[in-house]
Write a protein that binds this ligand. Structure first.
Ligand SMILES: *Cc1c(COP(=O)(O)O)cnc(C)c1O
Length: 334
């Protein structure tokens, strides 16, 4: 099977499993798991932040951030395409009792004027504009990337308006790879960042929320009440540390392979549109995505249907050049 459904389908390599087996562990609810502590400190230091919180999923890191930053009657501002709005089961309302207001950015990317338009005045009958959350890369935007300058402009604007700013950086390493930038280039821009290690980096489980020391105490408590206090989580953290040490550089290969798929799709008459391929995600339009997915599955290739007409293919750690060649062969015969 050539599985292009998501970059979450990767299985731990032998070396990663060995790192997990050899992890030194303790009880993380007592903050006594040395490997979980090491992961949290390592990733926080990379981005120039003070503290980290290891969670089982990126949904949890985003939701812990929203709950920590807001109170009921607050409102968060995000884009219509974002994961927080679409794919976290309405958690902003469920956990935090806040409302949400949406920009309609180009391929999911918000701009300062779009955000400015949604900030509400202080009135009894309006919620309090509190938090802006941006996503980089934007999954539904086809892996679109905010540049450092775009992020900085939004950050400066939010600070000038006293708005908290959160980055859903599930695939931030893909964005940084595409931009040729380092995590430290984001230093000071965000109040919190959520990072998935179980996406393109290949860990089986795990996301980290990085933030300030002041924020972490409350965030730990909220993780606990959500049921995310893990015990010997060092076994999982070891996989994440292995992923950070070994699997960032190679994201470049995923991007090259995704671009090859995108270039091929552009030449095919039955493909109506291909979104620009900036990272490891390829989104394109066909007559019927369900029919396409069914047909290509007969060739042992699995893709994701994003909408009745949109298909997504994602390259990752377990996809090789040979597999891409095979997919291209199959596509050309359709
Ligand atoms: C995958 C993803 C998340 C978190 O997803 P989980 O499956 O809960 O780990 C958050 N934001 C974005 C943009 C994502 O792609």
């Amino acid at each position: 099977m050539i599985d292009l459904i998501s970059d979450t389908v990767t299985k731990p390599s032998k070396d990663m499993l060995e790192a997990m087996m050899n992890a030194e562990v303790g009880d993380d609810v007592f903050v006594e798991d040395p490997t979980a502590n090491r992961l949290e400190n390592k990733i926080a230091a990379m981005f120039g932040m003070e503290a980290g919180l290891f969670c089982p999923s990126g949904t949890m890191t985003n939701q812990v951030a929203i709950k920590t930053h807001t109170q009921p009657l607050d409102e968060i501002i995000c884009d219509k395409q974002c994961h927080i709005y679409n794919h976290e089961t309405g958690g902003w309302a469920f956990h935090s009792g806040v409302s949400i207001r949406l920009t309609e950015g180009e391929r999911g990317k918000m701009t300062v004027p779009q955000i400015e338009e949604l900030i509400l005045p202080d009135r009894d009958w309006l919620p309090n504009s509190r938090l802006v959350a941006i996503e980089n890369t934007v999954n539904k935007g086809g892996g679109s990337v905010y540049t450092i300058e775009e992020m900085k402009a939004i950050s400066d604007f939010c600070r000038s308006k006293n708005l908290i700013i959160h980055l859903d950086g599930a695939r931030i390493f893909n964005a940084l790879t595409a931009l040729n930038k380092k995590p430290a280039d984001l230093k000071g821009m965000f109040d919190s960042i959520s990072i998935c290690i179980s996406k393109g980096l290949g860990a089986p489980v795990g996301s980290v929320l990085i933030c300030s020391k002041a924020f972490i105490k409350k965030a730990r408590k909220i993780r606990k009440v959500m049921g995310g206090g893990m015990r010997q989580s060092g076994f999982l953290a070891a996989a994440c540390i292995y992923a950070l040490d070994n699997n960032i550089e190679r994201l470049r290969d995923d991007h090259t392979r995704a671009k090859q798929l995108g270039e091929t799709l552009k030449t095919l008459s039955w493909v109506k549109k291909v979104l620009p391929v900036e990272t490891n995600i390829v989104v394109f339009e066909v007559e019927s995505s369900a029919k396409f997915a069914e047909e290509i599955l007969k060739h042992n290739i699995r893709v994701h249907t994003f909408s009745p007409t949109l298909v997504r293919m994602v390259t990752h750690l377990d996809i090789s050049d040979e597999m891409i060649d095979e997919v291209i062969e199959v596509l050309k015969k359709f």
